[in-house]
Design a protein. Structure first.
Length: 192
């Protein structure tokens, strides 16, 4: 099996691209938002808790619309509902994106507005925005830009620092919380 080179970019020759006939290129509108949401739910996502400080308190919001955008400059993207109370804070102050591990379901539920009886969150507060101890990965960010995303706002954050821990991810699939069945099938690297 050949190794994929992720730092190589591939481009399709634009002269060889053939446009679709106009009937095939025009999508049929979805008239049922619930059906669209169910269909989008077929895409398994990771789960992040975006955390920030306001006054003397630490706050967060659970998000599953998160992705990397750019390495130079280092940017990530979050999609938040326009009605999210956290949105105003995140657009004006540093924040941390905490990629949640499968052991952090109660944390995800708490920041999704469904608190559970659980141990209190262990905060790490010495490096910018407060972050959650024991997360799979974290990104310390400052707001970069915000864009109209319909009923959401697309928020770009510039990554200032990051780190990771070895644990399994928490997943969201078809409206349910899931865990990844882990099997390390990566080929051994030849170091000679």
């Amino acid at each position: 099996m050949s190794e994929v080179m992720w730092n190589t970019e591939f481009y399709e020759n634009a002269a060889e691209v053939k446009p679709l006939p106009s009937a095939a290129a025009t999508p049929k509108p979805s008239s049922d938002p619930r059906q669209l949401r169910d269909t989008l739910g077929k895409f398994a996502t990771g789960v992040v808790a975006v955390t920030y400080q306001s006054g003397d308190g630490y706050y967060g919001v659970t998000v599953n619309s998160f992705t990397s955008v750019s390495l130079d400059p280092p940017l990530i993207l979050l999609s938040l509902k326009r009605t999210s109370r956290a949105l105003t804070y995140l657009m004006e102050r540093p924040f941390a994106v905490n990629v949640l591990g499968d052991h952090q379901l109660t944390t995800a539920l708490q920041f999704a507005g469904k608190p559970q009886d659980a141990d209190p969150i262990e905060w790490i507060t010495h490096e910018g925005a407060p972050r959650i101890n024991g997360s799979l990965a974290y990104f310390q960010c400052t707001p970069w830009a915000g864009y109209d995303g319909g009923d959401h706002v697309l928020l770009l954050g510039r990554v200032l620092s990051h780190g990771e821990h070895d644990t399994k991810p928490l997943l969201f699939y078809r409206g349910r919380w899931e865990s990844l069945a882990w099997q390390d099938s990566r080929p051994e690297r030849n170091t000679s």
